[in-house]
Ligand binder design. Structure first.
Ligand code: HEC
Ligand code: HEC
Length: 266
């Protein structure tokens, strides 16, 4: 298990570097990620083909020159091999939607140079080869990812639709989904997450309006709620700073209700 995972992450690293040289990132990403996802990185329920994102070429309206240069660095360095800024799900790394809200420029700078300094055991690669001006531009770009520049899923109304299994039977009961919706408020999730049309929420975490479209498996959702770090890092992360709290203290039926609610956000 360990070495298969390591091989897998190594492949991603090589991929990220190849993108730097070849500027063929998107094609390569699709080719690599699809078998990886099929291998079970995302768990069951994930379709083989990662849907090409409408925003994959980062069609953001950027006026600031420095930020625009940072966007080019972001693309050239292959950050998109692991991260996304939109609705396309991936199991490797958190979406950077709104990362400018939750991290300072200094924190971001340090993270780029030494990811493990912020989070021991993370497989995010360091970027010490960046020129000073590239690093500053990248930090400016990341800092610009705030609600002022909403991510594509910051639009539209949430729809609740209970997902079904292969036989067409609902995977959750309406009661579970209702309970999950209530818990989402009671447990303070709304302090950090927006769900359009349901909870105005806060802009710190990713917008969850269409969370089901990220195609996380139920297991991923449950594990992420119990220990958010464990779904991104392989070696644990003592003393690390992370934003999303762990909800491992909730009773199993409450965790299930939250999963039911999240997976029903069409
Ligand atoms: C091989 C996969 C991979 C690549 C490539 C990668 N990252 Fe990461 N990144 C991760 C993982 C996993 C995490 C979550 C764990 C952590 O914080 O290290 C992360 C976390 C982050 C965070 C912290 C988010 C937060 O709120 O704590 C930022 C910012 C970030 N990455 C930016 C970048 C940028 C910019 C690039 C490209 C220069 C990049 N990453 C390339 C895997 C990757
Ligand atoms: C203090 C802020 C904060 C609170 C409170 C919080 N979250 Fe988060 N959440 C985040 C951040 C930041 C991320 C992105 C990093 C990550 O995935 O761990 C995140 C990520 C997520 C994701 C992953 C989205 C995806 O598919 O990539 C889900 C789902 C989620 N949160 C649900 C919840 C639920 C449910 C609660 C309450 C039980 C909650 N969050 C409470 C900050 C928060």
């Amino acid at each position: 298990m360990g070495s298969r995972l390591e091989n897998f992450f190594l492949t991603l690293l090589v991929l990220a570097m190849a993108a730097y040289v070849a500027a063929e990132l998107r094609t390569a990403w699709t080719a690599f990620v699809s078998p990886a996802a099929a291998m079970g990185a995302e768990g069951e329920g994930r379709e083989e083909k990662p849907s090409p994102s409408p925003d994959r070429d980062l069609d953001l309206e950027i006026e600031d020159d420095l930020v625009e240069r940072g966007r080019l660095v972001f693309e050239a360095q292959g950050c998109l091999a692991c991260h996304n800024l939109d609705l396309t799900g991936n199991a490797f790394a958190p979406s950077l939607d709104n990362v400018g809200m939750r991290r300072s420029a200094q924190w971001l700078r340090e993270k780029m140079l030494d990811p493990r300094g912020k989070l021991p055991g993370t497989f995010m690669p360091p970027y010490p080869h960046l020129e000073d001006d590239e690093l500053e531009a990248l930090v400016a770009f990341l800092g610009s990812l705030t609600p002022a520049r909403p991510s594509p899923d910051n639009t539209g109304e949430a729809q609740i639709e209970i997902p079904t299994d292969e036989q067409g039977n609902p995977r959750f009961t309406p009661d579970q989904v209702e309970r999950g919706k209530l818990l989402f408020q009671q447990q303070g999730c709304i302090g950090c997450h927006v769900i359009n049309g349901i909870y105005p929420g806060g802009p710190v975490g990713p917008n969850l309006t269409h969370e089901a479209q990220r195609r996380r498996s139920d297991e991923w959702q449950l594990q992420h709620l119990k220990d958010p770090l464990s779904v991104y890092v392989i070696n644990g992360a003592e003393g690390a700073t992370w934003v999303m709290p762990a909800y491992s203290n909730l009773p199993p039926e409450d965790l299930e209700a939250l999963v039911a609610f999240l997976q029903s956000l069409k």
